[in-house]
Design a binder for this molecule. Structure first.
Ligand code: PTJ
Length: 267
């Protein structure tokens, strides 16, 4: 049940609905308290990006789809925020890419793990790894609770999708030789900087788009390889930062909202 009723005509209705969803799942124990802070940080970057999936994000989504489709053992890592915001899309993505789903929390507790597992099962997940004693392996050189992983999942994966997380684990996973696909609104975060493919976008927009593109590329391995050959993460990331810089410059000139006409070159 939502805590407040959001008028549909409210100019920021969608953003408020997302916020309420997180608050609701914070109350029921899925989202960590720090998850609310993390969301606020994300929202600030989303303002700067214009709250849309940019051309650069779309490039990265294509590369992430191609990586998932050419993976041997892909895993989608789930934390509190992602379970609350995109639980259904995660299950859909895991189904279409034959990836496993693993719960991996920074603020780890068995209670939260079980709640997240239950939420994912409710929206169709058949198997959820990483819960309790199942996370019996450890990622080397990692101090946080995120080091505990499932030996059937993240430990042996060649590709790990980490929608929205703190940065320490991405670096450790890359050091282990894994490809990390990140979705993060902040292009300056350690996760964004260290990932193999970085999607600078909101998980609520990027994940359904990723499912859609996986559906389109599914039968076309040649196209997947072509996408991967032409994708340069550093360059794409730099272009996302340039886009923010450009938008901020335009905003600074105008001192007001940008219209669609102002933004037509960015879209
Ligand atoms: O559920 P747990 O215990 O694993 O904890 C999860 C949080 C998110 C609390 C934990 O991973 C954390 O502290 O993360 P950080 O360090 O705050 O990083 C979160 C990153 O996600 C920041 O770079 C935000 O900009 C970004 N972010 C927040 N909301 C979104 C987002 N990126 C994409 N979509 C969002 N909706």
């Amino acid at each position: 049940m939502m805590a407040i009723k959001i008028p549909p005509e409210h100019p920021r209705a969608e953003s408020l609905r997302i916020r309420e969803k997180l608050v609701e799942h914070h109350h029921n124990g899925v989202v960590a308290t720090a998850g609310l802070i993390a969301h606020g940080r994300g929202e600030a970057f989303d303002y700067m990006l214009g709250e849309k999936t940019t051309k650069q994000a779309l490039n990265a989504i294509n590369a992430a789809a191609a990586t998932l489709l050419t993976a041997e053992k892909a895993v989608v890592s789930v934390n509190g925020n992602t379970a609350a915001l995109i639980g259904e899309e995660i299950v859909r993505l895991a189904n279409v890419t034959k990836a496993k789903i693993e719960v991996n929390l920074f603020y780890r507790s068995l209670e939260r793990e079980l709640k997240i597992k239950e939420l994912l099962e409710k929206v169709g997940a058949h198997e959820v790894l990483g819960v309790g004693e199942d996370a019996s392996a450890k990622i080397p050189e990692l101090g946080s609770e995120r080091r505990r992983v499932d030996p059937r999942g993240i430990l042996v994966a060649d590709v790990v999708l980490v929608p929205l997380e703190d940065g320490d684990r991405t670096e450790a996973l890359v050091k282990m030789g894994k490809k990390v696909l990140a979705i993060d609104l902040n292009p300056l975060s350690r996760t964004s900087q260290k990932a193999t493919v970085t999607i600078i976008d909101n998980v609520v927009r990027a994940t359904p788009k990723l499912v859609e593109i996986v559906g389109k590329l599914e039968q076309d391995l040649k196209k997947c390889n072509e996408i991967l050959l032409n994708f340069d993460n550093k360059k794409n990331l730099a272009e996302s930062i340039t886009l923010i810089k450009g938008r901020l410059s335009k905003l600074a000139e105008k001192g007001n909202y940008l219209t669609l006409e102002d933004e037509k070159h960015d879209l």
